[in-house]
Design a protein around this ligand. Structure first.
Ligand code: AP5
Length: 215
């Protein structure tokens, strides 16, 4: 495996495929920075910053936030870890974002290492998202069946607004129209590695570890 400090990874796939869950596990195991644009935006919304107020209208209905807004957040986070040792979770998700990312890292002489594509059926995505709950204070993820929240924090548990049925449907449509084609772009660049995202948290984690170990 390449040293963690030179790994530049993106976790890619449909909403609810487990990108965030697996990025957290892999970053803890290998000492990587976990950069989730969705999470950065949710914190901005909670703090009602200017970016948060713009992002909220898009996120709540399941649309993508404008490229320029998300790009600045991603750039800032990559600079903070000196362009190395990171997992981008949920970025890029348009062809424009993908091209900018490749160009940005290329200009800084720090090319992408790999894009990990989590593959999961729509039915399983819906089962995961509709039963997801989060801790409104920490953002920690739970699932009512697979990872139930502890009773002591029951009062802090909420459903994400974009996990309501209408927003889930919209996110899946946006994924198919705008994000899925990006896989082809990375395929041509020789960066895509597919992971079967069906299975327990641990099984999928082991698949990710074995892939990262082969880089
Ligand atoms: P973001 O937060 O990135 O949402 P997403 O990509 O839709 O991904 P999710 O967080 O919904 O799912 P996930 O794949 O991380 O799965 P998770 O691990 O949580 O972005 C939110 C919004 O921000 C976007 O819609 C957009 O508006 C905006 N945004 C963000 N980035 C953007 C960008 N680049 N450009 C423009 N806009 C952007 O798992 C899901 C559930 O399944 C959980 O309950 C979990 O416990 C459970 N689970 C996970 N793994 C398993 C397993 N193996 N078995 C059973 N259950 C599992």
């Amino acid at each position: 495996m390449l040293p963690a400090s030179v790994l530049r990874l993106a976790f890619f796939g449909p909403p609810g495929a487990g990108k965030g869950t697996q990025a957290r596990l892999a970053s803890a195991r290998f000492g990587l920075r976990h950069i989730s644009t969705g999470r950065i935006l949710r914190v901005a919304i909670k703090e009602q910053t200017a970016i948060g107020r713009v992002a909220q209208t898009y996120i709540d209905k399941g649309s993508l936030v404008p490229d320029e807004v998300v790009r600045d957040l991603a750039e800032d986070a990559m600079r903070k870890c000196d362009f190395g040792g990171f997992i981008l979770d949920g970025y890029p998700r348009t062809e424009r974002q993908a091209k900018w990312l490749m160009d940005f890292l290329g200009r800084n002489d720090r090319p992408m290492t790999a894009v990990v594509h989590f593959v999961l059926s729509d039915d399983e995505v819906i089962a995961r998202l509709s039963r997801r709950r989060i801790n409104k204070e920490t953002g920690e993820n739970f699932h009512l069946d697979y990872k139930p929240p502890p009773l002591q924090i029951r009062h802090l548990i909420i459903q994400r607004r974009d996990d309501r049925p209408e927003a889930i449907r919209r996110r899946l449509g946006v994924y198919e129209a705008e994000t899925q084609p990006v896989a082809q772009y990375f395929q041509v660049a020789g960066l895509i590695h597919e992971i079967d995202a069906l299975g327990s948290f641990e099984t999928v984690h082991e698949r990710v570890c074995s892939l990262l170990g082969s880089l």
